[in-house]
Design a protein around this ligand. Structure first.
Ligand code: ACO
Length: 175
């Protein structure tokens, strides 16, 4: 298994992975295709703007079997010229998924750790945040039990189908 930085040309494969793994996010058939276009544009924006914090996992044949898509949340404080100490940059995991037949092999853990490392060393990120469905036991276990994330808040009806999200965060330590 090879973990490498995501490139713009990987996006259709990452999107296919997302569609197969998170069908609950695309239940409305009328909006599905428009939403897919939006997701494609969003993935391109992520990879083009923060090229060093999104990664893919490739199998021996070079096929993409998992990915992590992440961004930095810093532009707002830069735009309004706040002093740097007021809002240190932090990373945000927008999406992560691993194809079903490649799960429980430690791929998601490796993708998360690699992205966190890059957020910390390249952007000096103070913390990393994400949202996860309350019912997503596998992802919750990965974040909380394996990686040490904490629940910061519950965001009511965060998802289009009305499910609540846990807003989670992990403080990143610097040397
Ligand atoms: N049940 C319980 N705990 C689990 C499970 C599971 N099914 N899967 C992973 N874990 C926990 C375990 O603690 C595991 O450690 P262990 O295997 O030593 O017990 C640890 O997470 C690490 O597991 P990995 O093998 O690294 O995880 P995997 O590569 O299987 O990917 C993922 C986990 C990404 C959640 C996968 O199940 C998946 O793609 N699910 C569908 C998509 C999804 O839900 N993505 C997250 C949405 S939230 C977001 O994107 C911010």
């Amino acid at each position: 298994m090879n973990i490498r930085r995501a490139r713009v040309e990987d996006i259709p494969h990452m999107q296919a992975c997302n569609l197969r793994n998170l069908p609950e996010n695309y239940t409305n058939k009328y909006w599905k295709y428009i939403y897919q276009l939006f997701i494609f544009a969003s993935y391109v924006y992520h990879c083009a703007t923060w090229p060093s914090i999104s990664y893919v996992a490739e199998n021996d044949k070079g096929q993409i079997v998992g990915y992590i898509l992440a961004k930095m949340c810093e532009s707002f404080s830069i735009l309004i010229k706040k002093p740097p100490e007021s809002e240190p940059p932090h990373g945000h995991v927008t999406s992560i998924s691993v194809l079903r037949s490649y799960r429980r092999l430690g791929i998601a853990k490796k993708l998360m750790l690699q992205s966190q490392e890059s957020m910390s060393t390249i952007y000096r990120a103070s913390r990393v945040s994400l949202h996860v469905r309350k019912s997503n036991r596998a992802a919750l276990s990965l974040y909380r039990d394996t990686l040490g994330f904490e629940v910061e808040d519950i965001e009511k009806k965060y998802y289009a189908d009305g499910e609540d999200a846990y807003a989670m965060r992990l403080v990143l330590k610097h040397d």
